[in-house]
Design a protein around this ligand. Structure first.
Ligand code: MN3
Length: 268
């Protein structure tokens, strides 16, 4: 080593070796950090959203949560959604998701965690819990964004945001409707606020939602449309597009606006 350093040519070699090693270790560090970042992202969902969602009122729902009362009567959404569908949907389907979630959570460490924390690390849990916790929350949201008071349209900040993101309310409705109509099999269409505070349309299968770490398009949902057949089949049978088009008659835009403002505040 001493001889090598004393030799000018060896000194150059030594410097070359140093730079070679440094750059290699640099690459190694870069690769390691990229991989560890990817691993963190996969296990922890979206960091920005993870910081925002604890500020949402519904964050503190837990696995021992109960169904809230419907904010209207079963027949209040007629003629767009019939009373019998609403009764079965609420008192059978949503009730079953809630019961199953509570039972499934008792066999995991989730029972002590907020629901939205579970969603942010959902890949750690059994699919049965994912499906039922998703079913519990998605319907809780869904009931609130419908209303018997028809004739509402988006207003204020929400209207501006819809125009910014989609060009117009008509184009937004077309995009959201298509997300619901084209969702293959059971699932949901969503309007969410993403980590940049922008509105995005997406769809998910089964009872997945945009808060889940396993969902591709992540965000804080502000509007949801259930396109499972149980949501419309008694009245519409195979005509899902007719159900989707009727949905616009019963959207509770005041509640969607409230959720939009809440999501933006949480992201600040
Ligand atoms: Mn449903």
């Amino acid at each position: 080593m001493k001889n090598l350093i004393s030799s000018p040519s060896a000194g150059q070699n030594s410097r070359r070796d140093f730079f070679k090693k440094a750059s290699l270790s640099g690459i190694a560090l870069f690769v390691t950090s990229k991989f560890s970042f990817a691993a963190r992202s996969a296990s922890a969902g979206n960091p920005t959203l993870n910081q925002a969602v604890p500020k949402l009122a519904e964050y503190h729902l837990t696995a021992q949560s109960k169904q809230l009362p419907l904010p209207y009567a079963y027949n209040d959404l007629e003629p767009y959604v019939d009373a019998r569908t609403m009764e079965i949907h609420y008192s059978k389907h949503h009730a079953a998701y809630t019961k199953n979630m509570n039972e499934a959570s008792a066999t995991t460490d989730y029972i002590t965690k907020p629901l939205f924390q579970l969603f942010s690390e959902i890949e750690k849990y059994p699919v049965f819990l994912k499906n039922n916790a998703g079913g519990f929350y998605n319907h809780l949201l869904f009931w609130t964004i419908m209303s018997h008071s028809t004739g509402q349209e988006p207003e204020g900040n929400l209207l501006s945001a819809i125009n910014d993101s989609f060009g117009s309310v008509a184009k937004f409705k077309e995009g959201f409707s298509n997300a619901g109509k084209k969702q293959f099999g059971s699932g949901w269409a969503w309007l969410s606020v993403n980590e940049q505070g922008k509105l995005v349309i997406s769809s998910t299968q089964n009872q997945d939602n945009p808060l889940m770490s396993t969902t591709e398009v992540k965000g804080i949902p502000v509007l949801a449309m259930d396109v499972w057949e149980h949501a419309y089949y008694l009245q519409y049978q195979n005509r899902r597009p007719d159900y989707v088009d009727s949905f616009w008659k019963i959207v509770n835009w005041k509640e969607v606006s409230r959720r939009y403002d809440e999501a933006l505040s949480a992201l600040k």
